[in-house]
Design a protein around this ligand. Structure first.
Ligand code: NAD
Length: 263
């Protein structure tokens, strides 16, 4: 499929998990991809893997919470890609904590990566999109933007903020040919889930992940590739009339009250 032929995409946190699945799918469909992130070793490994698979991929090292890094990374991305048509804001962190237990430095750290990082990436990608008169931004939020698990106050706040930011991007830039949408994954078998499972019940990760999967009406956790399918759809022209929207990829989690009836 050559849906993305001639198009360039930046995927933040693109070295592994959901970000890498998005990068691979866009590349499989003909796009050139930049994997942007702060984990040099993982990113360079992913760049090599995608190149070995025959795709056009470049790793660019940048911390999304640092404006100087992002300004430079977007300039470099536009040069490497030829055009910066697609931005997938996927980089995030999810430390556990309540408003009482989290100090302000930890709170700021989460907001700076997840929310400010998304703003910074958009701020520095938009001039390229505005010059071209086209662009598509996909923000990876979470079901936690809509309903909260315990002890994820900063993370859920950042993800809720991403939905509001997505709406602003849609409203402010729709008339310039730029669309912005958000994806809200449920529980996906990706690194963030594995870290959370290890923290919740050390040594019992598989059991915990299975349990989390059972809470979703489809009865299992999702795969990164299942999120990537929706991201690629939104990134491309097949979603030409979609903007400012939120798409759940959660196996039905948000449709359910989770109340089991007796057999
Ligand atoms: P992940 O930890 O592999 O993804 C996060 C990526 O962001 C990593 O590549 C990491 O290196 C990068 N990153 C972190 N801090 C950064 C920084 N300061 N600068 C640049 N890059 C940075 O986990 P994942 O599960 O693949 O999650 C990907 C996205 O999906 C995240 O936005 C996450 O919130 C969201 N999400 C995941 C799930 C899930 O179940 N795994 C559910 C809902 C939403």
């Amino acid at each position: 499929m050559s849906e993305f032929a001639g198009k360039g995409a930046v995927i933040t946190g693109g070295g592994r998990g959901i970000g890498l699945a998005c990068a691979r799918l866009i590349a499989q469909r003909g796009g050139a991809v930049v994997l942007l992130g702060n984990d040099r070793e993982t990113l360079q490994g992913a760049e090599t893997t995608l190149r070995d698979e025959g795709f056009t991929a470049t790793a660019i090292i940048a911390d999304v919470s640092r404006e100087a890094d992002i300004a430079q990374a977007m300039e470099q991305s536009a040069k490497v890609l030829g055009s910066l048509d697609i931005l997938v804001n996927n980089a995030a962190i999810q430390p556990y904590g309540t408003v009482a237990s989290m100090g302000s430095a930890q709170w700021d750290g989460v907001i700076n990566v997840n929310l400010r990082g998304t703003y910074l990436a958009c701020h520095h990608a938009l001039p390229h999109m505005l010059r071209a008169g086209r662009g598509s931004i996909v923000n990876i939020a979470s079901v936690q933007a809509l309903a909260n698990q315990a002890r994820v106050a900063a993370y859920a706040t950042s993800k809720g903020g991403m939905l509001a930011l997505t709406r602003s991007l849609a409203v402010d830039f729709g008339s310039f040919g730029i669309r912005a949408n958000a994806v809200c994954p449920g529980c996906i078998d990706a690194p963030m889930t594995r870290f959370s499972a290890a923290e919740t019940a050390p040594g019992r990760e598989e059991e915990i992940i299975r349990q989390w999967g059972k809470a979703q009406p489809l009865g299992r956790v999702g795969r990164p590739e299942e999120v990537a399918e929706v991201v690629a759809f939104l990134a491309g022209d097949r979603a030409s009339f979609c903007t400012g929207a939120e798409f759940k990829v959660d196996g039905g989690l948000m449709a359910s009250l989770g109340v089991a009836l007796p057999d």
